[in-house]
Design a protein around this ligand. Structure first.
Ligand code: GLN
Length: 282
């Protein structure tokens, strides 16, 4: 079968199962299978593909049709210009989370010193490792409660050749003893009862432990904001990703816990997505 025929068939199938970006998905999955760039298809439309690869491709498109995210099917996701390995044990890094990383990067640049950074609930390592890659002299500690997530974060550090990351298996601060200039986290923040209502890509395929923020979705903000006070140096930064409707609630949590200069920032879609604050004492 020719590349153009295979792609057209896959696009049709993905349209029938109502996937929102059928052509992109079909091309990304085929490019990954053939180990080429998507651009390759423009010049090689008429190339024949071996039957066994066509069969394999059909299975992958079948998985996408059932709702599995493309990132899990191909096994990686770009974030901050870096290619992260992902699997179903970790949340897929989102473009909106880049706003959090960019804020932290700017904050570090302004401090003009080497800093210690802690990433709580690191998952694939997307946040902590992309910060670490930009500041090789800073130390970034990445923690997660999931051993599988931590293994993946380590694997990503190896693959990306990032040497200034440390990895600790820890339920929030339980196994942490140092102090930090910056604590950053994209904790689970979906209210438990709302998880089933998310799109199937998220509710069925992404790990519940990375999504479930308790009854009102705010459990981890309360816990981290309170416990972080013991682990932040004076005048240092706490930076959270938040759900689109949690801005004011998380601002309140930080203020109640004595953080100053508390503010929220918007994501690419214009929704509240980040809340930051600095510790008054430490
Ligand atoms: N941004 C994710 C979503 O809405 C949730 C991430 C999280 O809970 N930290 O699908």
């Amino acid at each position: 079968m020719k590349i153009s025929q295979i792609l057209n068939k896959a696009v049709l199938q993905l349209k029938e199962c109502n996937k929102p970006s059928p052509r992109l998905d079909a091309e990304v999955i085929l490019a990954n299978l053939l180990e080429v760039e998507r651009l390759y298809f423009i010049l090689h439309k008429d190339q024949d593909i071996q039957e066994d690869l066509v069969e394999e491709y059909k299975q992958l498109i079948g998985r996408r049709c059932k709702g599995e995210p493309v990132a899990y099917i191909v096994g990686h996701q770009e974030f901050m210009g870096l290619d992260f390995i992902v699997n179903k044990k970790v949340l897929i890094p989102r473009p909106d989370t880049e706003i959090l990383v960019e804020y932290v990067v700017e904050y570090i640049k302004q401090r003009e010193e080497d800093v210690n950074i802690l990433d709580i609930g690191c998952g694939s390592g997307a946040i902590g490792l992309s910060i670490a890659s930009q500041f090789p002299k800073s130390q970034v500690t990445l923690v997660d409660i999931s051993p599988e997530a931590l293994e993946l974060a380590k694997e990503n550090a190896r693959k990306l050749n990032i040497k200034n990351g440390q990895f600790v298996l820890s339920d929030c601060f339980e196994s942490i003893s140092d102090k930090y200039h910056i604590i950053v986290s994209n904790p689970p923040y979906i209210p438990a009862k709302d998880i089933e209502d998310l799109q199937i890509e998220v509710s069925t395929y992404e790990p519940r432990g990375a999504l479930d923020g308790g009854i009102d979705g705010l459990d981890f903000y309360r816990r981290i904001a309170t416990e972080a006070k013991e682990y932040l140096l004076k005048g240092s930064l706490l930076a959270f990703e938040i759900g689109y409707n949690q801005g004011n609630a998380v601002i309140e949590i930080l203020k109640e816990n004595d953080y100053k200069h508390v503010k929220k920032l918007k994501d690419l879609g214009g929704n509240d997505r980040i809340v930051v604050g600095e510790l008054k004492t430490g």
